[in-house]
Design a protein around this ligand. Structure first.
Ligand SMILES: Cc1ncc(COP(=O)(O)O)c(C=O)c1O
Length: 386
């Protein structure tokens, strides 16, 4: 039977369908510009993408091999709990298997956590500027966001965070190293914050970039789960393992918290290729070590380049650097795009004078710095005088 439509306006019924009011506050995520789009837009052959904190050396070779081996099994549903990966993670981090949930990227973990824990009117403390998905999760659940600005040099202030905790506070996000600033919360301050927070407040420590953190007093939070604090640690395979395109991440927490989050998980949330890739990548020490070492060199290369151009920057514990290019940041961003270099402008984080540059290969970093210099010279931009 043909569906009945109103002949004068077949879409008129759609306007009667009302979406949730909570959606009105939600702003869609703006990803880094994709390579193909910049190629098409500017008719360019070579693009250097330094916009999404990906691994510039490709994916873990062990992961790629595991994906190839898994291909013949694609007619089967994946393991609903990613058990092989959970077992590998438990061994790797010396926790129990019951302490892990594997998700379709770290992003899915944030959404699941929000669905499991947030009620309308709950407050979520978000030190800012930071990764935007925390806000997404809170708004999705009709919760309220309490932004706590980072201090001078984008340092965390635990006093500022504690001063905003109230009866309705449910979650405190700590992105460490923080995207987009690259700053981190030292272990002793994390310990103090956890000791002083009420026990009914859950701390979400986003350690997406923890492999890149070289400071001795950095903590990825796992030790605090072991010590029994109400902490959830989020991690991803998108960064050091080079698996951003296949989508896999995980959360670690006490068994009770993991059980609550599992209740809102779709059965087959992580595909079979991603599971196999992540198991292999976790074991690919050589690739991880090489990426870590090259990233540290790349950060230094960017710092030196910025110093030559007298551009202020923030020392980073991640695989990206935030630089202050002053009032002409948007112009410089556009000019870089025209020359095939994609970076991330800071406006989305309320940092209109900043650009976030992901650390690329030595050649990519060099090309970026050269182009930055050319743009400055040809347009009479003197970063020194900003
Ligand atoms: C701080 C932070 N957390 C989590 C994620 C999510 O990573 P994914 O969803 O790719 O696993 C990202 C991605 O850029 C990030 O920057």
């Amino acid at each position: 039977m043909q569906p009945t439509t109103q002949p004068d306006n077949p879409n008129s019924a759609l306007s009667e369908i009302v979406s949730r009011a909570a959606l009105e506050r939600m702003i869609p995520y703006t990803p880094g510009k994709p390579i193909w789009e910049v190629k098409d837009e500017y008719g360019l052959e070579r693009i250097v993408k330094l916009a999404s904190n990906e691994n510039p050396y490709g994916a873990s070779p062990k992961a790629l091999e595991a994906i190839r081996e898994q291909l013949s099994e694609l007619n089967r549903y994946p393991d609903d709990r990613s058990r092989r990966l959970v077992k590998a993670l438990a061994g790797h981090y010396e926790l129990e298997e019951t302490n892990f949930i594997v998700t379709n990227g770290g992003d899915e973990f944030i959404k699941l956590l929000s669905e499991a824990y947030l009620e309308k009117g709950d407050e979520v403390i978000v030190p800012s500027p930071t990764f935007s998905e925390y806000e997404f999760g809170a708004l999705l659940m009709d919760s309220e966001i309490v932004k706590v600005p980072l201090r001078e040099g984008y340092r965390y202030s635990i006093e500022d965070i504690l001063s905003r905790v109230g009866e309705r506070t449910k979650l405190v996000y700590l992105c460490t190293p923080n995207n987009p600033t690259g700053t981190y919360l030292p272990r002793n301050e994390l310990q103090e914050l956890l000791d002083r927070l009420p026990r009914n407040v859950l701390v979400v420590l986003d350690a997406a970039y923890h492999h890149f953190a070289s400071a001795d007093d950095y903590s990825n939070g796992m030790e605090f789960i072991k010590a029994g604090y109400p902490v959830v640690v989020l991690q991803t395979f998108s960064k050091i393992y080079g698996l951003a395109g296949i989508r896999v991440g995980f959360g670690a927490a006490s068994e009770e918290i993991i059980q609550a989050i599992l209740r809102v998980k779709e059965p087959f949330n992580v595909n079979a290729l991603a599971q196999a890739a992540a198991v292999a990548a976790l074991d690919d020490r050589e690739f991880v070590e090489r990426t870590r070492a090259l990233n540290a060199q790349g950060r230094k290369q960017l710092y030196e380049g910025f110093e030559r151009l007298s551009i202020p920057y923030v020392e980073s514990m991640g695989n990206f650097v935030l630089a202050d290019l002053g009032e002409r940041t948007e112009f410089v961003y556009e000019e870089l795009l025209k020359r095939g270099v994609i970076t991330r402008p800071g406006r989305g984080w309320g940092l209109p004078n900043c650009l976030r540059i992901s650390v690329g290969t030595e050649e990519e970093n060099k090309l970026f710095l050269e182009q930055l210099d050319v743009i400055a010279v040809t347009n009479g931009i003197d970063f020194k005088r900003l």
